[in-house]
Design a protein around this ligand. Sequence first.
Ligand code: THU
Length: 134
Amino acid sequence: MADNKQEIQFLIEAAKVARKFARAKYSNFSVGAALQTEDGQVFVGSNVESSSYGLTMCAERVALFKALSEGADKFIRIAVYTESDPPAPPCGACRQLFFDYAPDIEIILAGDKSEPVITSLEKLFPRPFGDGDL
Ligand code: THU
């Protein structure tokens, strides 16, 4: 348990640092994410926006795609750092991608203004579309 607390704190700090690299000049809403694998690797991401707004990519998916494309697998936890109060949850598109690649993932919502919230994909995405629906 103590170990988990330390890991969670580390992940929140990593997401906070990642947020500094957000490219969010259209929305001015910067997001950082830090994704932890079962074997202890951490992949970070920040949101990257486009002048063609729909091409924007969320911080969570940047972290997930970086991890997947480098061969990582078995994700246990992600921290998402925003300025929102209470801290904002991942959008629906990110929830879908988590369901596809990390259905059991724990999700930590964090920010400067209030205590982190520990939740799970299962709670945030109760009736997903998935392999079984194809
Ligand atoms: N954003 C994320 O990075 N993650 C989310 O889960 C929600 C939204 C970004 C996308 C866009 O750059 C900005 O926040 C405003 O929607």
